[in-house]
Design a binder for this molecule. Structure first.
Ligand code: CA
Length: 224
């Protein structure tokens, strides 16, 4: 899951991205409205957190342009306590939620999880696949009825493969889902993560197929 944070308050943006990365999200950070606009039109995000008071163009205008491009990425706006009018404008323009500063990080994370869940077209947060069950909100995996501990990147990879189960996921798509700008990983690293995840799932009969030159495909054992 990849999140864009547009926030010009360095301390807040630092804390926010650190806390979200710890929770396993890939996070990109920008401090200017114009950069937020450019990133959103160029990259695929699962969620954008937009501060309204941004230098360049403000968060409201970034949101306005985003929706004019018919991009449906969920947006959470951050506003100052006294800016009720901005909040109303933001929601009118298609923001999905807002949070008033100052806020507690756990509150923001809870909202983010809810929005990402909603963004996946009203899907429940539990994804099942044969003997495998993944709770995307609680970030817990159960395999053959037993809990399976996965490092953040392997969890994100599994989530991506499950969401597109039966379809091919390219290495580039995996790369995009796994990394933010600050900690780049390579296509070779993607192979390593797939290899590790595969080793954990195969004993339960769940196969991640390599489609040469195209990417990977999660298929059920009884279909292969
Ligand atoms: Ca600001």
């Amino acid at each position: 899951m990849r999140i864009l944070i547009a926030e010009d308050d360095d301390v807040l943006a630092d804390g926010l991205s650190r806390s979200l990365r710890r929770s396993g999200y890939a996070v990109d950070r920008v401090a200017k409205g114009t950069d937020a606009d450019a990133s959103l039109s160029r990259e695929n995000y699962d969620l954008a957190v937009l501060d309204i008071g941004l230098p360049g163009i403000d968060g409201i205008e970034v949101l306005n342009r985003l929706r004019k491009r018919s991009q449906t990425v969920p947006v959470l706006i951050l506003t100052a306590r006294d800016a009720l009018e901005d909040r109303v404008k933001g929601l009118d323009l298609g923001a999905d939620d807002y949070l008033v500063k100052p806020f507690a990080f756990p509150e923001l994370e809870a909202r983010i999880r809810a929005l990402i869940r909603r963004g996946q077209s009203g899907m429940s947060s539990i994804l099942s696949h044969g003997p495998l069950e993944v709770d995307t909100a609680g970030r817990r995996v159960t395999l053959l009825g037993r809990p399976l501990e996965l490092p953040a990147r392997e969890f994100n990879l599994l989530e991506l493969l499950l969401l597109r189960s039966g379809r091919i996921v390219s290495k580039e798509q995996i790369l995009q889902a796994l990394c933010g700008w600050e900690k780049e990983i390579t296509l070779n690293a993607v192979e390593v993560y797939v290899h590790r995840l595969r080793a954990k799932l195969e004993p339960a009969g769940i196969a991640i197929r390599t489609v040469r030159g195209l990417g990977y495909l999660l298929e059920k054992a009884d279909e292969s």
